[in-house]
Design a protein around this ligand. Structure first.
Ligand SMILES: Cc1cc2nc3c(=O)[nH]c(=O)nc-3n(C[C@H](O)[C@H](O)[C@H](O)COP(=O)(O)OP(=O)(O)OC[C@H]3O[C@@H](n4cnc5c(N)ncnc54)[C@H](O)[C@@H]3O)c2cc1C
Length: 494
């Protein structure tokens, strides 16, 4: 009766994973993408470009070697915007190629154009040449993502006052930059440009940043940023942004009356769901004031049961990694194939310089729940690998339940944090205890050895566990109440 079993709007992580999943279940799938190339924000303006930029900046500046050769060490003295873009373009081409191949191999149909609802099962796709193609689907997945929030009082000029999409097109590396917003995107770019020797000032209206991260980790991170001369201004909102006539400096006036000057301003204060052109009303749907859609967190169904939404358009955690998983679950539900429950914990990675990564409960959450606990901390400079790499910063923190001895949370700041966190994630999801870290052998010399050091640090204060604890596997038989809640509940509380 319908042309397609599933129509997916958007080819970012959520849409891509959903489409491939449904195609693998031998369903007729169409992906509609308004962009010139597939991949979404993740490939073209978000995850991959920002991480490529970070890698290029760290390589060209010799950042990782400065522990040995001093703060003035540089691999390349003058780093140009062209240096930064070259690697970006190669990486993006490669990503798009892999995606296109995945779609064609799995016989996913594609249409380029902007989709909007005609009725709950029918969509019009407006191609760039104006032609309109009408398609029908038994189910529809909205994986349209977000775009930067651009309030009208900010004079964006695609040259010196920029949002995070435009930042990727800069023609020069600025000597100074003001970043408005200390969210994940603002902080990532602020620290990347600081590594490129740009004098960076971050302005954030709230009194703190990254509130969902363990406070001790944020304190260590903040200390590192200030130590390298980044200015962090909290508790002050931006009133106005102006640029001097003739393309001069940018002036940012804060509500307090203070003014700041810089060559460039990055406005990174939030994103809005890209739902305005979907004609949601024709489908019986409505977005919230930030363009986001509400879904059932188990199935990703919207208020109209055959229409699903997944990825950034449904809100926190707004990660490429979690968007993929949401897309997969939504697609399976849409075509009537049950999805296994996702594991309890997912990691959150912040690719700032230095990296932060976290999985499970923060110390503040553990305290809030009244769980008796102990923490263990390791500094990377305590590991032999850290000595070899010349690291004098970086720390790993674990939190254990005193009752069950289970790991409740792992929090890392420093080199390799986003990779290292997966050891903690595995132990968390397999319900391992402090004994896992104390009794297992870790490769030597590695940064992963920090897990052993932190485990021992906690164990020294926790003492021996009950003899019957099955320590060989790290599995606890205790399923007491202080087992952390599932990630969906955590997500809902953010
Ligand atoms: C600067 C930055 C850095 C980031 N870094 C990370 C990171 O390090 N790790 C991480 O996990 N996540 C990161 N993210 C987040 C990550 O990019 C998003 O979570 C992810 O892209 C969301 O995927 P999605 O499938 O929801 O949609 P998107 O990737 O946003 O894709 C949506 C697609 O839908 C298309 N579309 C929209 N409306 C229509 C329409 N009406 N018709 C047709 N097509 C339409 C758009 O053109 C777009 O291609 C970052 C984001 C940004 C902005």
């Amino acid at each position: 009766m319908y042309q397609y079993d599933l129509i997916v709007i958007g080819s970012g992580p959520a849409g891509r994973r959903a489409a491939i999943q449904a195609a693998k279940l031998e369903k007729r799938v169409l992906v509609v993408e308004q962009g010139r190339r597939v991949g979404g924000v993740s490939v073209h303006t978000g995850t991959i470009p920002s991480k490529t930029l970070r890698e290029t900046a760290l390589n060209l500046t010799g950042w990782r070697e400065r522990g040995f050769y001093g703060r003035s060490y540089r691999v390349k003295q003058e780093i140009s915007a062209e240096d930064l873009r070259r690697r970006l373009l190669i990486t993006l081409d490669h990503e798009v190629e892999v995606l296109e191949h995945q779609f064609s191999r799995n016989r996913v149909h594609q249409l380029r154009g902007r989709a909007s609802f005609v009725d709950p099962h029918t969509l019009d796709i407006e191609k760039t040449d104006g032609e309109i193609v009408r398609v029908t689907g038994a189910s529809v997945l909205l994986a349209v993502g977000t775009r930067p929030y651009r309030p009208p009082h900010i004079p964006f000029d695609n040259d010196a006052v920029l949002d995070s999409d435009e930042l990727l097109e800069i023609k020069r590396v600025p000597r100074s930059m003001i970043v408005v917003g200390a969210g994940v995107i603002g902080i990532e770019y602020a620290t990347i440009f600081s590594a490129l020797d740009t004098q960076v000032t971050v302005v954030e209206p709230r009194d703190s940043m990254l509130d969902f991260i363990d406070k001790e980790i944020v304190e260590d991170f903040t200390y590192q940023l200030r130590d390298r001369n980044m200015k962090l201004i909290f508790g002050q909102a931006v009133e106005a942004v102006q640029r001097e006539e003739g393309g001069g400096k940018c002036r940012v006036t804060l509500k307090s009356g203070r003014t700041l000057q810089a060559e460039m301003v990055l406005f990174a204060a939030g994103r809005v769901g890209a739902t305005d052109s979907l004609n949601l009303a024709a489908a019986g749907l409505e977005a919230d004031n930030r363009g986001r859609l509400k879904v059932d967190p188990e199935t990703f169904q919207t208020a109209v049961p055959h229409i699903y939404a997944a990825g950034d358009v449904v809100g926190f955690p707004s990660l490429a990694s979690t968007s993929m998983e949401q897309g997969r679950i939504a697609a399976r539900h849409a075509v009537g194939v049950p999805a296994s429950e996702p594991p309890q914990y997912f990691p959150y990675g912040i690719y700032a310089v230095p990296e932060i990564s976290t999985c499970g409960l923060t110390e503040e959450e553990v305290l809030q729940r009244g769980i008796p606990y102990e923490t263990g901390i390791a500094h990377f400079r305590e590991t032999s690998r850290g000595h070899i790499m010349g690291l004098d910063t970086g720390m790993l923190k674990m939190i254990f339940s005193l009752k069950t001895r289970r790991l409740l949370g792992v929090h890392i700041v420093g080199e390799g944090a986003t990779e290292l966190v997966h050891i903690g994630q595995a132990v968390l999801n397999l319900k391992g205890t402090v004994e896992y870290f104390v009794e297992n052998t870790f490769n030597y010399p590695t940064l992963a050895e920090a897990y052993k050091i932190a485990g021992l640090d906690a164990w020294n204060r926790m003492g021996e566990g009950p003899k019957e604890a099955p320590v060989a596997t790290g599995q606890s038989t205790d399923t007491a109440a202080d087992v952390p809640s599932d990630t969906k509940k955590k997500a809902a509380s953010k």
